[in-house]
Design a protein around this ligand. Structure first.
Ligand SMILES: Nc1ncnc2c1ncn2[C@@H]1O[C@H](COP(=O)(O)OP(=O)(O)OP(=O)(O)O)[C@@H](O)[C@H]1O
Ligand SMILES: [Mg+2]
Length: 381
């Protein structure tokens, strides 16, 4: 067995300075007329990764995938796959396949024919062709439905046909643009697990775009957050969630409460922040270097906040008083919006640990919000 350190580097090659990336994107830029859709993107992606691209509509995700697949060429910068520069290499000669955002199945073809269509340029013999189609359908659990036409399938089954069609050429890298967007929540979760199974069976690299943050969190080895054509942060899901580097990322991934303030003191990893929106001082554990008077933002996730009816005795730090302004029951948890004394609304998630039809904390109740010094993050931009 590998020592723990080695094992973790094998699982996380991006932390290993000696590991060789499978895909290198260097300063890739794409302009359309005067508009920059992808702006100096640099990424290194490793074999076997499940790499998620997230970002608001129009931020350049599809354009980046299209450049990887060869359907668009970079206006500047370059893309290397397994050391080969992809400039001028047409899509069908790249070790890459792409499942499009609006994939289309041929309505007049059966499921088998649709899936087999992916092999048309490979000129395999009949038996090999058949076997590949069967294997690809098995992989997405559609084995028995091969003779059906697309209109005889559910939305989720159609999506899996498109996935089988993309997998059948056995690309080294599969690009998936919103692969699960047509599925309802339950089927989406189920298909996420299937995707992970397929990925571990075939060992190919997946680069996928998603609008669904839970999906990005659950599936990916790493996430790249994009904003206006740029990659603003890359990291493992927990890094992105717990250690966002900017207000944009903190706000885009998950829900967050942001407080603007100035640094008052720094003593040995404990930073005191004065914030006009809170009556108390905010104390945060942070290893960053800060100067007194520096303007910062404090990001605090809603699930890190404790909601109580009583004030912790004498607490003047990391505690706010407020009133329940809005309350949403979501089954497994409740979302509270608390109006604090300064008028600022703070979101709090509370787990519904006990089964009860009664609210222990209800509309208009007076409440206290508190959190520990290690639960917030200080942001400088
Ligand atoms: N062929 C084109 N000509 C001009 N502008 C384009 C072209 N293709 C894309 N764009 C623009 O580039 C930007 C990025 O588009 P892209 O499709 O990459 O966004 P996206 O991140 O995939 O968005 P979505 O989440 O909505 O799919 C958009 O503003 C879009 O209008
Ligand atoms: Mg898109």
């Amino acid at each position: 067995m590998l020592p723990a350190q080695q094992k973790s580097l094998a699982d996380r090659p991006w932390l290993d300075p000696d590991a060789k990336p499978q895909i290198v994107i260097e300063n890739a830029t794409k302009t359309f007329g005067g508009f920059t859709a992808v702006d100096h993107v640099n990424l290194r992606i490793y074999r076997g990764e499940m790499f998620a691209l997230v970002g608001a509509s129009g931020c350049g995700k599809t354009t980046l995938l299209r450049m990887l697949a060869g359907f668009a060429s970079p206006s500047a910068g370059r893309i290397l796959i397994e050391d080969a520069d992809m400039a001028g290499v047409p899509p069908h000669q790249r070790p890459v396949n792409m499942m499009f955002q609006s994939y289309a199945l041929f309505p007049h073809m059966t499921v088998e024919e649709n899936v087999g269509y992916g092999l048309r340029r490979m000129h395999l013999d009949g038996a090999e062709n058949k076997k590949r189609v069967r294997d690809a359908l098995e992989m997405v659990q559609l084995g028995p439905l091969g003779k059906r036409k697309p209109h005889q399938l559910s939305g989720g089954q159609r999506q899996r046909v498109a996935l089988a069609r993309a997998l059948i050429r056995r690309p080294k890298v599969l690009l998936l643009d919103e692969p699960l967007s047509a599925l309802d929540k339950k089927l989406r979760e189920q298909t996420q697990f299937e995707l992970m199974n397929i990925q571990s069976q075939v060992g190919i690299t997946f680069i996928f775009v998603t609008h669904d943050q839970d999906e990005a969190m659950a599936l990916s080895t790493r996430i790249a957050v994009m904003n206006r054509g740029q990659v603003v942060q890359v990291g493992m899901p927990a890094e992105i969630y717990e250690f966002p580097q900017s207000r944009f990322v903190a706000d885009f991934v998950g829900t967050t409460n942001l407080f603007e303030g100035t640094v008052e003191r720094c003593d040995e990893g404990l930073i005191t922040i004065r914030c006009p929106e809170t009556a108390c001082a905010l104390l945060v554990e942070d290893v960053g270097r800060f100067a007194g008077g520096q303007r910062v933002w404090l990001a605090l996730r809603p699930e890190k906040i404790r909601l109580t009816k009583e004030s912790a005795a004498g607490a003047r730090i990391n505690q706010l008083k407020g009133m329940v302004w809005e309350l949403g029951y979501l089954g497994n948890r409740s979302t509270y919006r608390i109006k604090t004394e300064s008028g600022k609304l703070v979101t709090v998630f509370a787990q519904n640990e006990r089964r009860s039809a009664e609210w222990s904390i209800d509309w208009s109740d007076e409440v206290y919000l508190s959190w520990t010094a290690d639960s917030a993050v200080i942001l400088q931009q």
